[in-house]
Design a protein around this ligand. Structure first.
Ligand SMILES: [Zn+2]
Length: 324
């Protein structure tokens, strides 16, 4: 069947005008909007996701019933991401938008709110979770930790909101989305068991995970690891020299065997901690790079959410004296 645009979208002059204005600034790079109609009839709904992890859920539930555009490229830090004009146009064109929320995409700007004003769904998947499931940011107690994809059980709880929204914009697909949700939940449960098995091989005294920034709070809570980040919850915060010295002292005292670089964060501060430990006579190894705020390259095993977390669990276990 031909996909029909929801009624409010067809009569939204302010959004339409904004999209045209943006297209005009864009040097005609977008053929759809340059032709004058930002919202052509489509065979399938156009769905936009911000991070690769959110895109992974939408792909898993939506399958080939939706055209999915993931805005933030693999390897890009979502805390620092600002949408380009073309990305803003994509958001304005979308039939539904999925974000992580909890301020992960802190520089996303106003385009998402404009889509919401038009009556189309903008789903902040992490904000669908119960507040009691969330960790708070110790540096900003009024903020929640947005890195919920690090706990497979928690992340799976965000998937029903994705199913509900897709079923709203494509009611004929509901049975498919229900089936895909069940598969996603089964896969998440298997992933959870694999992560627990890997982390449980680490000797108790070595269950401390030190990384470039505080992205692993939910992972640590789920699998029983103490977690320390050099930077805070957001990579926008810079650690002071004093912060680094304090961390070096703790790591050297506790004889933590390894520290981890993240694929989306500069390794500069990690190397400063390694050097600091060496000066105190403690050799701190650097483990395999972890995927924190992005997936690996599309097509690689780490290019999916399950592959990303399996890689992380294995690498952490191996570097901390377990068997991943
Ligand atoms: Zn982060």
């Amino acid at each position: 069947m031909r996909y029909r645009l929801p009624a409010p979208l067809l009569g939204g002059p302010s959004l339409f005008g904004l999209a045209l204005a943006l297209a005009a600034c864009d040097g005609g790079a977008s053929s759809t909007t340059a032709a004058g109609d930002p919202r052509p009839a489509r065979a399938r709904p156009l769905v936009v996701a911000t991070t690769p992890m959110v895109g992974d859920i939408v792909r898993a539930i939506g399958g080939d019933r939706v055209d999915l555009v993931v805005l933030i490229a693999a390897g890009t830090d979502p805390h620092l991401w600002t949408p380009t004009r073309n990305e803003v146009l994509k958001v304005l064109e979308a039939d539904a938008v999925f974000m992580n929320g909890l301020m992960l995409e802190g520089r996303a700007g106003e385009s998402f709110a404009r889509v919401e004003l038009s009556g189309r769904p903008v789903v902040r998947v992490a904000e669908a979770l119960a507040k009691s499931d969330l960790l708070t940011d110790q540096a900003n107690p009024s903020h929640f930790d947005p890195h919920v994809w690090m706990d497979p059980v928690l992340w799976a709880k965000t998937a029903p909101a994705v199913r509900d929204t897709l079923a709203k914009i494509d009611p004929d697909g509901k049975d498919t989305f229900d089936k895909n949700l069940a598969t996603f939940e089964t896969d998440a449960a298997a992933l959870d068991r694999d992560c627990a098995l890997a982390i449980n091989t680490i000797p108790f005294a070595q269950r401390t995970l030190v990384t470039a920034h505080d992205a692993f709070g939910y992972f640590g809570r789920r699998y029983g690891l103490a977690v320390r980040g050099i930077q805070g919850i957001s990579t926008e915060s810079e650690p002071s020299l004093g912060d680094i010295e304090d961390l070096v002292a703790k790591i050297a005292d506790e004889r933590v065997p390894a520290i981890f670089i993240e694929t989306t964060v500069s390794d500069r501060t990690v190397r400063a901690v390694v050097d600091g430990c060496a000066a105190r006579g403690h050799e701190l190894k650097i483990g395999e790079a972890l995927y924190s705020d992005s997936l690996g390259r599309a097509g690689s095993p780490e290019g999916t959410w399950t592959g990303m977390l399996r890689h992380n669990a294995k690498s952490i276990a191996n570097a901390l004296g377990g068997r991943g």
